[in-house]
Design a protein around this ligand. Structure first.
Ligand code: NAP
Length: 303
């Protein structure tokens, strides 16, 4: 699909892209760049690319597609570094979990003769680094692209087709809308997980050890989410502040309603909510976004 692709950042998502690009032969060559010599060496040992450059500005030379796979907080810095060497007509994209901030950070640095098509694969695990990647990560998962309205349609179409070849279904969406949807589907659940695991951690030692012992009663799934990369998630909350605060406000109001129902012994209100929430789970299974199996269908490798 592309003669030369540059991947800037080679953690879970970057290395998964490298694996699937190789398997599907989507790039003539892959050039990899990352912040540390150590990670770059590891990527080379894993044979993830064809060329390796510590300097991102060198990595993008002659690339017709550049995909930034770093935490969202450094996208602007990376854009500033690579801008002078971008090939005219190149597609510049990313995989960040927040989209409006990425556009605001990157756009001012980019020349007019390249096409910015931001992207977000809705696929991940709690693991990070170049060893964590695997070619099937994007299989049957959504990838959301958030180009601005004036973006060249053929560039958007080309990136859409690239992600489809990676195994994803693609949806085009406005960046702010993306950030609001992801605030409720991903960012808030992570915040709740970080909070509940943090609360458990602050309990006195004896209770904490019992929480871990009996974790299968629900707590365990929160610990999985709360094991996600701290840098990535710090950046998500800092860069999607407005949408997360809006969603958190609604969540807090609903929690207060539940609190009142429990205090008043209003079992009907609790039963009514718990019945409605079951339908959401059924819809997720019907749409193939999870399987109806014990332990949420996760195999031991993902646990
Ligand atoms: P990761 O495994 O922690 O890898 C991050 C990579 O970015 C590492 O190679 C790191 O390099 C590199 N990096 C950090 N700062 C850099 C800089 N200033 N310049 C160049 N490289 C830099 O992260 P990930 O899970 O792949 O996430 C990457 C992006 O994908 C994030 O924006 C995240 O929001 C998004 N995303 C993540 C998931 C998920 O579940 N993890 C899912 C969808 C989207 P060093 O090791 O050399 O420091």
């Amino acid at each position: 699909m592309f003669d030369r692709v540059a991947l800037i950042g080679i953690g879970l998502v970057g290395s998964s892209l490298a694996h699937v690009m190789r398997r599907e032969k989507l790039a003539g060559s892959i050039c990899i760049s990352t912040r540390s010599e150590e990670t770059l060496k590891r990527a080379e040992d894993l044979n993830l690319g064809d060329a390796y450059e510590i300097d991102p500005a060198k990595a993008v030379i002659d690339a017709d597609c550049v995909i930034i796979c770093t935490p969202v907080g450094v996208c602007g810095d990376v854009a500033a570094k690579i801008a002078p060497n971008l090939k005219p007509g190149a597609i510049i994209s990313d995989v960040g979990s927040v989209k409006q901030s990425v556009i605001e950070q990157m756009k001012p640095h980019l020349p007019d003769n390249v096409h910015l098509v931001p992207g977000h694969p809705i696929a991940g695990t709690e693991y990070s680094g170049p060893d964590a990647g695997f070619a099937n990560l994007f299989e049957n998962r959504w990838c959301i692209l958030t180009p601005e309205s004036e973006t060249d349609a053929s560039a958007v179409e080309r990136l859409k087709s690239f992600w489809e070849k990676c195994g994803s279904e693609v949806e085009i969406m406005d960046a702010r809308h993306h950030d609001l949807v992801l605030a409720i589907t991903s960012h808030l659940p992570h915040l709740i997980a970080y909070n509940i695991v943090g609360t458990a951690n602050d309990l006195e030692a004896e209770t904490r050890s019992e929480v871990i012992k009996f974790s299968a009663s629900g707590f365990r799934d929160f610990t999985r989410i709360a094991a996600s990369d701290p840098t990535m998630w710090r950046d998500v909350f800092v860069h999607n502040k407005d949408a997360v605060l809006e969603t958190l406000g609604r969540f807090s109001e609903d929690l207060s309603t539940l609190q009142r129902a429990i205090r008043r012994g209003d079992g009907d209100a609790l039963f009514d909510l718990f019945t409605r929430t079951r339908d959401i789970r059924r819809s997720i299974i019907e749409q193939g976004q999870d399987v109806d199996a014990p332990n949420f269908g996760r195999d031991s490798a993902e646990d």
